[in-house]
Design a binder for this molecule. Structure first.
Ligand SMILES: Nc1nc2c(ncn2[C@@H]2O[C@H](COP(=O)(O)OP(=O)(O)OP(=O)(O)O)[C@@H](O)[C@H]2O)c(=O)[nH]1
Length: 823
């Protein structure tokens, strides 16, 4: 343990010392008191007085603040009759209030004046001052405590006095003036300086150096020798001494940045003398080396360095010193491991050059090349890096006249229908049964589903599982998303869009209905269920179908097995629903009612044989579907548009989009545009229903594989269109809407297929007559349910929508209106 001896300079506060007006530091009152007390002590000691000197008496009195008794006791104990064996521990740890802990010294010292008269008000610092100053010999700490009993211990067992930790000057501790360095500190300082010089600290970025100079403690020692110059002078010093040397190191951009930092620092100097003083000094000045590197100097925090450090500094090799990254300590760590092309890059670039193959894009950092060969590779790499994924050769187009091809194809009608109805009406079961009847799903598959469903007590859902493939759908026994399937009859190709009935999934139902040419409305004929449905999603779904332009319906009155094939029940439901549909504008000729049992397969693909149903002479469901399927007036001559319902990404770089072509035609090799991203791509292949084809037309449900596009630019709900006549994106639209609920200026979500766009009803232009279209009232505040109005919708972002499209408006989870975009 190092032995530190305090010198007078270490301990004396000159300011306070100067306050004493006498040479020995005693006031006249002290002198009188001392004289009187000395006489009393001598009197008390009697014959023993000769064993002590006057000085010892007076020191004792001084320590005990003229307490004669204590002084006498002390003199007796120490000089006249000292004990044979000292007990330093006991004494030093004595509980007597004669001792107290001095914060300044970090030691227990004798408290001669504690709580005594006027002196009791003195600080322990003043006490130390007096102790140090009383008598010429009492200037060192050792000497000061030489009269302590525990100082009698053998020399080799003496305790060492350890210097207390000093208040840390600087940013946090405040600067209290000069701090002298020990030899050890000086040694550490000079070592540190050497290391910094080796590392080329001079190359450190200017902001970092500026931060170092802003450290108060770093230059705390200069306060005495170098009084703070005036702000003007400091700024001038900073400009003349610091800036030019940094300018040489920095690129123009960095230099200007540095200049602005310099200016900022100079501004700091005007209000912060300490910081300003630091700013005037070069950290590299050898003459100040010792003072520059006090052990307690606080460095700028990592946060400050992050703020002021130059991120664009090319001298990245210094960074690991700033931020101690664990991996940087590894012997395997290479600072500039990525500054040159990787071996793989070089090989690929060379291969590309030799075989004219497309190499992967060069890393941006690979700019330096170590050799001539490498520089050639760099050229290749640069060329390669200029290549984009879009530069791959597009698929070849056969240049077909698709409209003619379609007219000459004599292919079957291709239609889509959506299956809607209240939750649990039996939609999925019905479609599952239909596919089984058509032998598109094997009975053993259904049996397997039944066994699996039995385990969870849902055996009645086995047929529904044919359509509901999702585990959550199966667990919950409800359809969540649109399920798609295909079948065909001798005359028609059908696409099934099985929609969810639950009110929570109405947006998915909207997506299905947007792609449908017609619909099956499934109604649960069971007592009470039909009524519930009519108040619930039966009604909402029908409204949505009508709003989305679906005109043809097959109404499947289901679960008639549960009402014993009651003709009355069927009649009752048929009449009520007909009235409801007619009220919404559906024409009788486009609506067909079929009594069925989806579960049992009655009247699905074949007529029921049960005599209880002998009263029914009409079509089976399958026949009704064929009869209802519209001879689609295909918009094949219109610009190509297709709404994306699903996106599949393959690892081969192609992205496949599923959806229904709304208008126009498409063929392999066509360049298309994805909106709203505005990215183009090429059509690589086309699947219509389940068959690969060279082309497809409006109305067909297709899967289109695209190349030369990053799938991040494609989302469900986007539109792909032709590049020559693309759909435009907008955020403000006028629409003619039928209100399902009270409609007023309010936040809404706009739905078209899978496109969901938040926005608000900005204004209501007018309410209009449903039939004639004449204006009823201009700028009404609200549209009543069932009313028709012209609205202005403002969306939060631009989306690909255009006049003529049907959209639905929902708010708070409810459908409030639906209609046609006019502009
Ligand atoms: N008795 C009888 N039960 C049926 C019939 N059709 C369906 N079910 C039962 O009705 C329940 C619901 O059938 P699902 O096919 O899941 O009904 P869903 O309309 O598809 O339901 P969501 O899609 O969730 O709205 C199941 O337990 C079926 O077994 C039927 O014709 N007769």
């Amino acid at each position: 343990m190092p032995v530190t001896t305090y010198t007078e300079d270490d301990l004396v506060d000159y300011d306070e010392f100067d306050e004493e007006d006498e040479e020995d530091g005693m006031s006249p009152e002290d002198r009188v008191a001392m004289s009187n007390a000395t006489a009393e002590v001598k009197k008390a000691l009697g014959s023993d007085t000769i064993k002590v000197t006057n000085t010892q008496i007076q020191e004792a009195l001084w320590h005990y603040y003229y307490d004669v008794d204590k002084s006498v006791a002390y003199l007796n104990r120490t000089f006249i009759a000292p004990p044979q064996k000292s007990t330093p521990k006991k004494t030093s740890e004595g509980k007597s209030d004669e001792f107290f802990f001095s914060d300044t010294l970090g030691l227990f010292v004798r408290s001669a004046w504690a709580g005594r008269g006027p002196a009791g008000h003195r600080s322990d610092r003043a006490c130390e001052m007096r102790s140090r100053d009383s008598g010429a010999s009492a200037v060192s700490l050792q000497a000061q405590f030489s009269d302590m009993p525990w100082m009698n211990v053998p020399h080799d067992r003496k305790a060492n006095l350890i210097p207390p930790s000093r208040p840390r000057g600087g940013l946090l501790g405040g600067s209290e003036g000069a701090q002298k360095m020990s030899k050890l500190q000086a040694l550490a300082a000079s070592r540190k300086k050497k290391i910094e010089e080796k590392k080329g600290l001079g190359n450190a970025s200017f902001p970092e150096r500026s931060m170092k100079r802003l450290s108060l403690s770093e230059h705390a020692g200069k306060g005495f020798a170098d009084p703070s110059p005036s702000p003007t002078k400091r700024q001038k010093n900073a400009e003349t001494a610091a800036l030019p040397s940094h300018k040489r190191d920095l690129a123009p951009d960095s230099a200007s940045k540095a200049q602005s930092q310099q200016l900022g620092a100079a501004q700091v100097s005007a209000t912060h003398p300490g910081a300003a003083a630091a700013f005037t000094d070069s950290p590299l000045s050898s003459t100040r080396a010792t003072a520059d590197v006090l052990v307690s100097k606080p460095a700028p925090s990592a946060f400050a360095q992050t703020l002021f450090g130059d991120a664009s500094d090319a001298r990245q090799t210094n960074r690991p010193e700033v931020f101690a990254m664990p991996y940087a300590m590894s012997s395997a760590f290479l600072v500039d491991a990525f500054s040159q092309p990787s071996p793989d890059d070089i090989v690929l670039a060379a291969q590309a050059q030799a075989g004219k193959k497309v190499a992967p894009a060069q890393k941006a950092s690979a700019k330096k090349t170590p050799s001539k060969a490498a520089s050639k590779e760099e050229e290749v790499s640069t060329d390669v890096s200029n290549l984009k994924i879009n530069d791959a050769p597009p698929p070849k187009s056969k240049g077909l006249d698709v409209v003619k091809e379609f007219e000459n194809s004599n292919s079957k009608k291709s239609v889509s229908f959506v299956v809607v109805g209240h939750v649990d009406a039996g939609k999925s079961t019905l479609m599952g049964r239909l596919l089984v009847e058509l032998k598109l799903v094997e009975q053993r598959t259904v049996d397997k589903y039944r066994r699996q469903a039995e385990k969870s007590g849902k055996q009645s859902f086995a047929l529904a599982w044919v359509m509901d493939q999702g585990s959550e759908e199966r667990d919950r026994g409800v359809t969540i998303d649109i399920a798609t399937n295909h079948f065909e009859t001798p005359t028609t190709k059908f696409t099934i869009l099985d929609a969810p009935g639950h009110r929570d999934f109405v947006p998915n139902m909207i997506a299905g209905a947007s792609q449908a040419d017609f619909a099956i409305l499934v109604i649960d004929a069971n007592t009470g269920a039909y009524e519930r449905g009519l108040k619930g999603q039966t009604r909402e779904h029908v409204l949505l179908l009508r709003s989305l332009g679906v005109q043809r319906l097959v109404v499947a009155v289901n679960k008639l097995d549960m009402v014993a094939w009651s003709q009355d029940r069927f009649q009752e439901i048929s009449e009520q629903v007909t009235g409801f549909l007619t009220g919404l504008g559906f024409q009788d000729k486009f609506v067909t009612f079929v009594p069925i049992s989806g579960l049992n397969g009655d009247n699905i693909a074949s007529k029921i044989e049960d005599t209880a149903a002998s009263w029914y002479k009409g079509s089976t469901l399958l026949e009704a579907l064929e009869e209802s399927a519209p001879a689609t007036a295909r918009a094949v001559e219109k610009p190509f548009r297709m709404a994306i319902s699903e996106v599949f990404r393959s690892q081969l770089g192609t992205t496949t989009l599923a959806g229904r072509i709304d208008s126009g035609t498409v063929q392999i090799g066509d360049k298309i545009l994805v909106q709203p991203s505005g990215e183009s791509a090429y059509v690589k292949s086309i699947m219509v229903d389940t068959a690969a084809q060279d082309w497809a037309v409006a109305g067909q449900s297709v899967s289109v594989a695209l190349t030369n596009i990053d799938p991040i630019h494609i989302r469900v709900g986007d539109i792909i269109c032709e590049t020559t006549n693309p759909i435009l994106c907008g955020d403000t639209f006028t629409m003619k809407a039928m209100a399902f609920d009270h409609v007023m200026p309010m936040p809404v979500d706009l739905h078209r297929g899978r496109l969901h766009a938040p926005g608000q009803i900005q204004s209501i232009i007018a309410t209009i007559d449903k039939v004639t279209g004449a204006t009823i009232k201009r700028k009404p505040k609200v549209v009543q349910p069932g009313g028709v109005a012209r609205l202005v919708i403002q969306l939060a972002s631009k989306v690909p929508l255009e006049a003529g499209q049907r959209v639905v408006i929902r708010s708070g989870g409810e459908t409030i209106a639906a209609g046609l975009l006019e502009s």
